[in-house]
Design a protein around this ligand. Structure first.
Ligand SMILES: Cc1cc2nc3c(=O)[nH]c(=O)nc-3n(C[C@H](O)[C@H](O)[C@H](O)COP(=O)(O)OP(=O)(O)OC[C@H]3O[C@@H](n4cnc5c(N)ncnc54)[C@H](O)[C@@H]3O)c2cc1C
Length: 408
């Protein structure tokens, strides 16, 4: 049984079919449901088109360096489902998964099924993560998550406080500022990246230099790697960099990490300078890694790549606010771009840790015959990206095949 018909569940199905293993993919909505229902209108992939690859399917359109719209992603994944003849049962929500003597018992809103093994491909981003102090925000301020947000017109006129400066936060801050609303961005730990480096997409470098292929069991701090925020990137036809300097140039105000709400006032941490220098330092180190790799390739292979670049440090505002009176009317809306988390409320097997994450070893969950796909750094740094699923799914389904054969 495969739970979820996103690209991860469909890739699992592809390899199960290749090994003639009977299976069904259960999907509560439609194929590529998350891309259809849980993303905002202007979103494009931040990975370039040439990097959208699934087992046996590559991007073959006219714009390999462009970035897919949500409609294009849905079609791309839909085409894969059709080509691999995935046995998907749409409109079927799994409400419980229990262990039995010889496998698992799956309860759905369409009936019950027994099976010998399960692949959980229900996604890593099922729910927005919002800090508990959001409950103390005065009712006069509208609160949205990226799941509610579709376009700026849905927000009341007036100031917007965007919380979180990873990919979602920087993209929504830019879009809202362009819509004419004054935007303030609350910045916590973040990953800064230029859109292009030495003339190539920065994700080309991640791919070509092998950084994205680093394996989970070779990383110094796997827990940290799995919790790393998404990089400050956006996919636009101009291939523009969208870091904090770009947002400041647009007129977005930067403030520190939102720490608490007291008596209707939002309290923010200071220390932007330290946070910015850390992100700048980490970016420089990554660029050094790319440069070292390029040098090892020799001049022939790198003929089309430009010279090494270094970018201006993130500008620290002359003064930053540490408090905002939420009842003053300055901000009419808050957008919580504070990350996403998986939802395993239906999972009645004790394999979820205190932080709500699945306990697994490279996708083999801590219960025999139970597997996962599509989670951050599941087997490689690229695991949660579309381009990362082929290698992971092949290896996880290999493991599952050995389990079914009684070899594990
Ligand atoms: C805002 C955003 C932008 C992203 N941008 C990129 C990008 O540019 N490039 C890239 O490669 N990756 C990107 N990703 C990461 C990643 O590709 C997506 O998270 C992707 O959707 C993960 O695929 P998946 O198949 O693991 O999960 P999902 O696509 O979420 O699929 C899981 C499926 O399981 C179903 N499901 C969940 N629970 C149940 C249940 N109980 N019963 C039945 N069905 C269930 C859901 O309906 C869903 O269809 C982005 C993610 C987000 C959130």
């Amino acid at each position: 049984m495969v739970i979820g018909a996103g690209h991860a569940g469909l890739a699992a199905s592809h390899f199960l079919s290749a090994r003639s293993i009977d299976h069904v993919v259960l999907e509560r909505g439609e194929v590529a449901n998350s891309w259809r229902r849980e993303r905002w209108d202007s979103l494009r992939l931040l990975t370039p088109n040439w990097q959208s690859r699934l087992p046996g399917q590559r991007y073959e359109g006219p714009d390999p360096d462009g970035y897919m719209t949500m409609g294009e992603v849905t079609q791309f994944i839909g085409r894969f489902a059709a080509a691999s003849r995935a046995p998907v049962r749409t409109g079927t929500t799994v409400t419980s998964l229990r262990r039995t003597d010889d496998g698992y018992h799956v309860t759905t809103d369409q009936g019950d099924v027994g099976c010998r093994a399960v692949v959980i491909a229900s996604g890593a981003c099922n729910r927005p993560a919002v800090p508990p102090f959001a409950a103390a925000v005065p009712g006069s301020v509208e609160q949205l998550t990226p799941f509610d947000y579709r376009d700026p017109a849905k927000l009341p006129d007036g100031g917007v406080l965007v919380v979180g400066a990873s990919a979602t936060g920087v993209q929504l801050a830019a879009e809202l500022q362009r819509s004419g609303r004054p935007v303030t961005l609350s910045v916590g730990e973040h990953v800064r990246l230029p859109r292009t480096y030495r003339g190539r997409d920065v994700l080309w470098w991640m791919d070509a230099s092998g950084v994205w292929d680093q394996r989970y069991d070779e990383l110094d701090d796997l827990t940290r790697a799995r919790r790393l925020p998404s990089p400050q990137l956006v996919g636009t036809p101009e291939r523009a960099t969208l870091d904090l300097n770009a947002l400041t140039a647009m007129g977005v105000e930067l403030i520190g990490r939102w720490a608490a709400v007291r008596d209707g006032r939002a309290l923010f941490s200071g220390g932007l300078r330290n946070m910015f220098s850390l992100a700048d330092l980490k970016m420089r180190r990554l660029l050094d890694t790319f440069d070292d790799w390029a040098r090892e390739q020799g001049p022939g292979d790198m003929a089309e790549v430009g010279p090494a670049e270094r970018f201006a440090p993130t500008g620290v505002p002359a003064s930053t606010r540490l408090q905002i009176d939420l009842a003053s009317g300055e901000f009419r809306a808050i957008v919580w771009a504070t990350g996403f988390r998986p939802d395993y409320r239906w999972l009645d097997v004790p394999v979820v840790d205190a932080k709500g994450q699945l306990r697994h070893e490279g996708g083999a969950v801590a219960s025999p015959g139970l597997y996962a796909l599509g989670l951050p750094v599941l087997r490689r740094r690229k695991s949660s990206f579309i381009c990362g699923i082929e290698d992971d799914a092949r290896e996880v389904i290999d493991h599952l095949t050995r389990h079914l054969a009684g070899g594990l």
